[in-house]
Design a protein. Structure first.
Length: 327
């Protein structure tokens, strides 16, 4: 069975990605074969392509997709041929018309969600789920608490704005333009800071009456690191979950001592380590979408063959919301 897939033989810019014909076999134990309808676009794909997160080469790309189960391997009991499904999963390879993959992180897609929504929501939505629901400061989060969320106008950020509002949190959003700040506010952020105009750490102190926030969720990395630490209240939690502006340089632990700060560098794939965990997290995500507390808005659609342009647009930070490749 011959299919199309995006492949790369070396790390580099968008030009290293090519669409090739690949041969798929039957799924083995614990695997399924999925006919894709849409594939999610995520910033982690750029880290993989560029070599920030090295992959064994040659390699496919993409970690999120939706479609229909075509074949089920031995030992897979939670899925059947014909099921509508979605996933966020390792290994890479979602940029394809079809793939054989581990079934562990594949879940049934509810009928009220389209395939495009399924492809756009799993990695981003499950990231927000483990951040706001599982990666918490020592006293937890209660309604009225301040949290700081960087890159709040992106796909993850817009889901976070909505989910935080549903939890009663006062999310302080940062973004790189007035338009993106307005977008975050429309999606539920309590406050928005244009970091191109204002020192966000100073503004956070003003907003919180000098107290600081309980937790910072930071996917930007190097350029926001110092300001994020300065924005935290005593015993606050620094959650570094991405490196869009570059890797955070090595730090000295004594930098945390003055305010007794906590620091974590989580990964979604640790949380998605079992089928039961993946299903539980997905159920929580599907539920907030079903109740209308979170909407999945797809701002950017590209044919599979235009994957290079999709990556250029993501890297330029011209995009907002979620994007998908259509197959």
């Amino acid at each position: 069975m011959s299919e199309l897939a995006v492949r790369m033989a070396q790390a580099g810019g968008p030009e290293v990605m090519v669409v090739e014909s690949v041969v798929l076999g039957e799924p083995g134990p614990g695997e399924v074969r999925i006919r894709h309808c849409a594939c999610g676009l995520n910033y982690i794909d750029i880290y993989h392509r560029s070599g920030v997160y090295p992959l064994p080469l040659p390699s496919g790309l993409g970690m999120e997709g939706s479609g229909v189960v075509e074949a089920v391997g031995p030992d897979v009991t939670h899925l059947s041929v014909g099921d509508r499904v979605a996933y966020a999963s390792q290994p890479t390879g979602a940029y394809a018309t079809a793939r054989v993959m581990p079934a562990r992180c594949v879940v049934r897609l509810p009928d009220f969600l389209s395939f495009e929504q399924g492809a756009a929501m799993m990695l981003k939505g499950l990231t927000v789920q483990y951040l706001l629901r599982r990666t918490l400061p020592q006293e937890g989060l209660q309604a009225g608490d301040f949290v700081l969320f960087h890159a709040a106008a992106g796909g993850v950020g817009l889901i976070a704005c909505q989910w935080a509002k549903s939890l009663g949190l006062q999310l302080i959003a940062t973004a790189g333009s007035d338009e993106k700040c307005a977008l975050a506010l429309r999606h539920g952020a309590a406050f928005a800071i244009n970091y191109q105009k204002d020192n966000f750490a100073d503004r956070v102190k003003e907003i919180t009456g000098g107290a600081g926030v309980k937790v910072v969720y930071d996917s930007v990395g190097a350029s926001t690191w110092e300001g994020s630490l300065a924005s935290l209240r005593p015993f606050g939690l620094m959650v570094s979950f991405g490196n869009a502006s570059g890797m955070v340089p090595p730090i000295e632990l004594k930098a945390l001592a003055a305010k007794g700060l906590y620091l974590t560098r989580p990964s979604i794939f640790v949380h998605l380590s079992s089928q039961a965990a993946a299903q539980s997290m997905a159920d929580d995500l599907f539920d907030v979408v079903r109740r209308g507390e979170v909407t999945i808005e797809i701002e950017n659609r590209y044919p599979l063959q235009e994957v290079q342009q999709a990556h250029r647009d993501m890297e330029s930070r011209r995009t907002t919301g979620s994007g998908v490749l259509l197959v």
